[in-house]
Every structure is written in structure tokens, then in C-alpha cells.
Design a protein around this ligand. Structure first.
Ligand SMILES: [Zn+2]
Length: 513
């Protein structure tokens, strides 16, 4: 049932207004949309003189937000629900080794209870840190349409907005990482696996059917396509995805140039495209405004310009990149180039958490590693990356990402009496550099209160945590088995990683003393 909600007396962060001491206003929400943001709506209602938008309706709930800050809901533009239960299982390690210990192809098939629990848990963590939209590039491997139904139902139940994509590939993991096939003994190669492995049914048919089966059934879920990475997909698959993206007018999310090794494979295997995965994507018809390139750490300056000209987006994941030893993306190059750059938190099993405050702080701070000259990005740029730029990357520009009339009512209410905001010198800077998520009290998605007093109210959090603890017993046995198997491979994987690191690619994303 749609409702009328009135949030009163908050300071409302507007990147076009005073970002240090945002003006106080009331926010009128009608049927999931922001109808008005202005002073004294509450007073006018009480005086029997409601604004025109309210005619014929009554206010169902008033939230007193005096002393609080209203912030647009964050768009977590790169995330995966499949390994949420593996947070805390691994120390920092190279990306390609992490594929082998953390991702679904290395594990036995999971059950429906686990798929529901992991999807809910990831969404709960997102919501409680002010993320109202998440792009889930989910690996459902081996593919099972029931697991897809379970994951989408979990998103419906918890109430977060989700842009859902099934991660696909048709090149085996062992073929898409440099030197694996050279250094790993033949008898052990069967246990090499990547982020996702080829399905045993035609991928494009599977995706068309999945989209058709779920069309119109989920009010806050929209579809995207998820080729795992260009080097893990053949040309026919990428061309088919380009056609599907155009027919359905849906975005495409892929990983690109995440590690040095995944960049080296481009030079080794894509000579036809001059060693450029961007040129490969362009040739396959995917390089356009619907495409978002996750990571983009090892992108060359000429490729960044190519992206900008094609209006493709990037989504930077600075915490994940540090944990998986990928180096640091040239943030300043992106900020200065005009490429639309969003932010993401990536997997729980590498970056550890779903927290856009961490991502924003890293974005604004790490930029100086590759360019210490005076200049941005500053706090406002980081907030824009986490909101407006994220909205553009998911094809929702003008619909989410700001607290303004006409936009979806997706926002958080943050406690300004938290030490992070005392004294209040600049709401924007303190949001990026001081807040860590502790102050997020209330979260509203699509006009519904989904977090109240720091708890998700759409599901039973305590019951979820009890369920997760039950599920961990068999899962931890599988983790132990996987770790034991990978331990035997580790000397070879380390050697492959060393060989990749030793090669000069003409660009560098590490600091070498
Ligand atoms: Zn990812």
C-alpha cells in the first residue's frame, strides 16, 4: 500500500546548495516519490493549509528529523551477493588466487536457504549503511532458475532497490589467466576456476527467459546484463549481449583491467584489437552509455578517452582493489577526463563490508597517489560519485541519487549528534571523512521506511542471523576443503602471479620505492 510520509526539520543535503550547513526543510513523500522539499510543510498542514500536492490525501506518518541530516541514498554500483557469507575468511591475496578460494565455481552447489540468507544479509548490510540501490552482479553457478527466484524474492522482501545481473562467461577460468596453463601441472588444471565458468545451457536463451519470466513482478528490481569480463567471453557471446542490451534497453556491467594479470591477458590474447579490451568491447557493440566497467585499474589514458567519447561509465572499487593487491586506479585521470565514475564496494569476501563511506573516503584520498598536484576530487565529488554518478551508471539518472521533487524517495537520515558531526563544520566533508556509517538511523527506499532506529524492519534481523549461523556449519566444512585444495596449487598460482608482475605493461598502478 502506498503512503504519504512527511519528514520534518532535517538539514537536507543538496549538492547544488550549501553543502557545509545544508538548509532545513520538510520532505513530503507521496506514493514512493518526493513531492516537495521546502520549509514549513508541516506547519502548513497543521494550520489546515496543506500544499497542493497533498490535496485529497492525509499524512500517514511524520518522522521528526530535527537535528538530523538527510542524505540521498547511496548507489552501490558494484557488488556481488554470492560470497557474502565468506566475509572474514581470507587475508589479502592476489585476485586470481582469491577466485579459487572464494567464488562459487570452486564450491559445491549451494541450497536455496543459503541463497536466500546470503542475499538478505548483504542487502541488510547495504541498507544499514545508507545504500538504497545495489547493483548485484550475481554468480549463480551452477545455474539454477530456482536460485534466481529465491534471490529476487529476498530483494523484494527486504525492500532495497536492486539492479540485478547474472554473471556469465563462456571461456574457462584456466584459459583467461596468464601463465596458469604453463605453470600448473596438467593433472591439477582441472581444479582451476574463475569468477564464473561456462554454463551447460545456451547463455543468451537463459537470460532472455529469466528476464521474460520475471518481467513486471518486482517493483524495485530492474535487470542488467553481466558478462564477467571481456577476456572471459567470446565474441559471439558479447555480440549477443550487445543485441539483448539494446532490445531490452538495459545496462551492462562487466569487470575490466582489475589486476595486472587480467590486463596482460588482453595484450597476449587480443592482438586483433591492439591488446585493448576496450577496443574488443567496442568491436562487439558494447561500448556505449549503457556499459559500466568495474575496476578499470589498469586502463590506459587513451582507453579512458575512448570510454568518455563513447559515454561508457566506470565504477571504482578502491577498497577491494587494495585487498586483492591490484594497485590503485588512476582516480584523478578519471575525475579530470569527464568519464562518469561511480563507486562500489565489491565482494564481502575481499573488501570485507558494504560501506560507501569507506569507498568515498578512499576515492577522495587515494587520488593523490597517482597525481599529487593540487586539485580534486573533494568531498562533494566523492558524494556525487556515490549518488548521482552511480544513478547514471545504472540508467537511473534523474530518478535516484538526489533528494529533490520528482525523484524516488530513496534517502537516509543521519544523526548529527554523533561525534562524527560535532562540531558541524561541513556536512559534506564530515560525511566523507568522518562518518563511517555509525550515524545512519533511518533509511527510506521507494517511500518505505526499511531501516528504523538502526534496524531493518522489513525482515526479522535476529532470525536471519540465527539462520546464517546454522548455515555456516556445512559451509565452513566446504571452505576448509577448498582451502586445502588451493594450498596444493598455491606455489603454482604464486609463480604465475610473479611472472605477470614482472612484465612491463607501460603503465604502473603500484608505488615502487
Ligand atoms: Zn566484482
Amino acid at each position: 500500500m502506498r503512503r504519504v510520509l512527511l519528514v520534518t526539520g532535517a538539514r537536507v543535503l543538496d549538492l547544488d546548495g550549501d553543502v557545509d550547513h545544508p538548509a532545513e526543510a520538510d520532505i513530503l513523500v507521496i506514493d514512493g516519490k518526493i513531492a516537495a522539499v521546502q520549509r514549513d510543510i508541516d506547519a502548513a498542514v497543521k494550520a489546515g493549509n496543506p500544499p497542493a500536492e497533498l490535496l485529497g490525501r492525509t499524512v500517514d506518518e511524520v518522522i521528526d528529523a530535527r537535528g538530523k541530516l538527510v542524505v540521498p541514498g547511496f548507489v552501490n554500483a558494484h557488488y556481488h551477493s554470492h560470497d557474502v557469507l565468506l566475509k572474514g575468511c581470507f587475508d589479502s591475496m592476489p585476485l586470481e588466487q582469491w577466485f579459487m578460494v572464494a567464488l562459487p565455481p570452486a564450491y559445491p552447489k549451494r541450497n536455496e536457504r543459503e541463497v536466500r540468507a546470503r542475499t538478505l544479509l548483504g542487502a541488510v548490510e547495504c541498507l544499514r549503511s545508507g545504500i538504497t540501490t545495489v547493483q548485484d552482479l550475481a554468480t549463480i553457478y551452477p545455474y539454477d532458475a530456482t536460485h534466481l527466484d529465491v534471490a529476487l524474492k529476498a530483494y523484494d522482501d527486504v525492500g532495497i532497490r536492486c539492479v540485478f545481473a547474472i554473471q556469465v562467461a563462456d571461456v574457462r577460468g584456466g584459459e583467461s589467466v596468464p601463465f596458469w596453463n604453463e605453470v600448473v601441472p596438467e593433472e591439477m588444471r582441472g581444479s582451476l576456476s574463475g569468477a564464473v565458468e561456462p554454463f551447460d545451457q545456451p547463455v543468451l536463451d537463459l537470460l532472455r527467459n529469466a528476464i521474460a519470466d520475471h518481467r513486471g513482478k518486482h517493483p524495485r528490481i530492474s535487470w542488467a546484463l553481466g558478462p564477467s569480463a571481456p577476456e572471459r567471453c567470446t565474441e559471439p557471446l558479447l555480440r549477443g549481449l550487445a543485441d539483448l542490451s539494446r532490445e531490452e534497453a538495459i545496462p551492462v556491467f562487466t569487470h575490466i583491467y582489475e589486476s595486472k594479470a587480467t590486463t596482460l591477458i588482453a595484450r597476449q590474447e587480443h592482438s586483433r584489437d591492439g591488446g585493448s579490451l576496450i577496443a574488443y568491447l567496442a568491436r562487439c557493440g558494447l561500448l556505449n552509455e549503457r556499459l559500466t566497467l568495474a575496476h578499470s585499474v589498469w586502463m590506459q589514458p587513451t582507453e579512458i578517452e575512448h570510454n568518455r567519447d563513447a559515454k561508457a561509465n566506470v565504477v571504482l572499487n578502491p577498497v577491494s582493489n587494495l585487498c586483492l593487491r591490484n594497485g590503485i586506479a588512476p582516480i584523478r585521470l578519471y575525475a579530470d577526463s569527464g568519464v562518469n565514475a561511480a563507486l562500489g564496494c565489491d565482494n564481502c569476501s575481499c573488501s570485507g563490508c558494504q560501506n560507501m563511506f569507506q569507498a568515498m573516503k578512499m576515492y577522495a584520498s587515494l587520488a593523490a597517489v597517482s597525481n599529487p598536484e593540487p586539485g580534486g576530487p573533494g568531498a562533494v565529488d566523492a558524494i556525487a560519485a556515490a549518488t548521482l554518478n552511480g544513478a547514471r551508471s545504472i540508467g537511473m539518472a534523474g530518478r535516484v541519487g538526489a533528494v529533490k521533487p520528482g525523484m524516488a524517495a530513496d534517502f537516509s537520515i543521519i544523526d548529527l549528534s554523533d561525534p562524527s558531526f560535532v562540531p558541524l563544520n561541513s556536512a559534506a566533508r564530515q560525511l566523507v571523512f568522518s562518518e563511517a556509517g555509525r550515524g545512519v538511523e533511518t533509511v527510506i527506499v521507494d517511500g518505505n521506511v526499511v531501516v528504523r532506529n538502526r534496524k531493518v524492519v522489513t525482515i526479522d534481523e535476529a532470525a536471519l542471523y540465527a539462520e546464517v549461523n546454522e548455515l555456516m556449519k556445512p559451509l565452513m566444512r566446504d571452505v576448509a576443503d577448498v582451502k586445502k585444495r588451493v594450498a596444493k596449487l598455491t606455489p603454482y598460482l604464486d609463480e604465475a602471479a610473479r611472472r605477470a608482475l614482472a612484465i612491463d605493461l607501460g603503465i604502473n598502478r603500484y608505488i615502487q620505492p
